[in-house]
Structures are given as structure tokens and as C-alpha cells.
Write a protein that binds this ligand. Sequence first.
Ligand code: AMP
Ligand code: MG
Length: 354
Amino acid sequence: MARTLPDLLRIEWPAESPAPPAQTERALDRAAEVLRRGGLVAIPTETVYGLAADALDEDAVAGIFRAKGRPASNPLIVHVSDVAMAQALAGAWPPAAEAIASAFWPGPVTVVVPRGPRIPDVVTAGGATVALRCPEHRLTRRLIDKVGRPLAAPSANRSEAVSATTAHHVLAGLGSRVELILDGGSCGRGIESTVVDCTVDPPQILRPGPVGAAELQATLGRPIAAGGAAVGADGPARSPGTRSRHYAPRTPLEMPIDPPGRVASLLAAGGRVGWMTVHAADPQVRSLAASRDLVIVPMPCQPEEFARVLYATLHALDQRGLERIVADPPPEGEAWRAVRDRLTRAAAAGDAPA
Ligand code: AMP
Ligand code: MG
């Protein structure tokens, strides 16, 4: 591609300031102009970076699919600046969507609702529902208001690759496929939003994320189906983030039952190994640490912290020229569900052809 690399513009809004600095306003104005004429802009959100286009402009949205190499069968999440904008795009606004939006928006939960007539087919992959989310990042909401349109924005990475949680991940992964990158720093949550289908009864979690089943259940005052598709059950793209091959580093990743034993045997076979472990201080781990062929990455013991650094760790290990990434299997239980989901899919992808 002959195009030059995108501009990378830093944006910030200090907590104590009533308005963003002038330089940030100029960056948002430029981004809004690119989006209004149908271009692609990478935007920070609290989950991961998004690759945004005007959601009501069919050609602009088609550009997202081209830039990502994303199958047209995978629908996109539409980002709005408030509940009123979401309601105006929905064909109906179910009580579950209302309850979730009032409890968690702006925030990392996406609601799937009946689609309204303004949403082009390309956004929903021809489906009768649309996924809507109001992001927590206030500069991104300000951008949506400047454009005056909702923004379709999947994660700002090539299809199936590891999601971007910094502007530099976007630059490395998409390069000149994106026109402008707004650099809002590292994403606070670090993994994609929880996706809840509000068109079924009871509502169903299609993709686990930062907001868990227990919190959603408490808000809805009734049970919620925590399912999501089983790994390996590729089926129709009910929710693309639930396909088994996703979030994959280029280096094959595995989650063995006995990580120290597996690492030892990979090293004995002459491989260079990266090991993501929450047990870095254990004697068994330390006994292997002397190997020059082993990169040990101590991972946080709290699920929220683990999620925040997960993709950045995978991006960093991918740069090291390793044969294998080994990750300790995360603990069982609801709190670790989203992290387990992402790691399991990253590992499943390790077995797939490149
Ligand atoms: P990403 O490309 O990582 O932003 O993922 C997009 C996500 O959007 C998928 O994982 C789906 O869960 C969700 N999604 C978008 N539209 C729909 C829809 N109409 N029905 C169900 N899920 C959707
Ligand atoms: Mg994605």
C-alpha cells in the first residue's frame, strides 16, 4: 500500500479541568473531520482501542472490514455518546437494555437489541439485531458528539490477532490501513466489553467481559444465561468474539495442566519459551529461571489487573522471537471467566494453521 503511516495524535483531559486542552480539541476536530468524510480513525476506549467509522455510512463501514481483513459475516458494535442516541438506533428498547444501560453506561457492557431502520446492513452483517455500547472514555464520547453520528468500532487490530490496548499496538498492527490514531494512553480495562443479548428471555451473555454475570444478575433482578458459545463451537456468527480462533498471538500459546513440567520439556527440546505465570516466586519456577531460553513474565494475581495487562503482554512476547508462549491456566470461578475465555481462545488459535 502506497499510503503513508497515520498521524498519531495524543489526547488528554486532566480530571480537574472543565474542558480538554486546546491541543486535544484540535485533535478531536481533525478526527471528526476524517470520520465525517468516511475515513477510519483509531480511538481509545476503556476496553481496547477501536477502529472507528461513521456507523450510518455504508462505504465507511465497509472500509473497517477491509482494513481488518474481517469476514463480512461478523457484525460490529456501534458506539454512542448516551442512552438517547442508542434508543434512536434501536428498533425496540427492551427493559433489560434499559436496566443495563442505566446501571453500567458509560461503561464496558454492550447490549444487543432489535435493529432500527437507520443502521445499514453492513454493520449487522444483515442480521435483525444491533450491538450498542456507550464507552466510558469521555474524550471518545466527546468525539462521537462532535461527529454527531454513532461510530461503528471493532477492536483496532487485524482480524483474529491480539487486540490493541495502546496506540502503538494499533500502529504496529494496522499501519497505513488507518488514517489517524488518537492516542489516549493505555486502556484501563484491557479486554473487550461484556456483550449481552437483550432480545432473548432470559438475557444471555454472548461474550464474557469486565462486567460479570453476578453484577448483571443483581441489576436485572433475575437470572441471566452466562453461556457464550463453547470453544470449538464455531457455528454462525451469533457473536463474533465468541469464535474459538481469536485474540491470537503469532507465537503459539498453550495452557498446559502442568506448566513447570511443560516448560522444562520445551526447554529440554531446545525451544525458546515465554511463560506467563502468577507463581513467579515459587521454587519450581525459580529453578527454571536460570535458563537463557526462558522469559518469565510475572502476571498479576487479581483478575482485573491480569485483564489490563494481558494483551500488552502477548504483544510484547510476540516481539521476542520465541517458539512458544506458556500460560498458567487461570483459576476456576466467575471472577476469572473473561480472562479464561480470552486465554483459551488465544491457545485454541495456536493449533490452527497460520
Ligand atoms: P470486536 O471485533 O472485538 O469489536 O468484537 C465485536 C463484537 O461485537 C463481537 O464479539 C460480538 O459479540 C458483538 N456483536 C456485534 N453485533 C452483534 C449482534 N448483532 N449480535 C451479537 N453480537 C454482536
Ligand atoms: Mg476484536
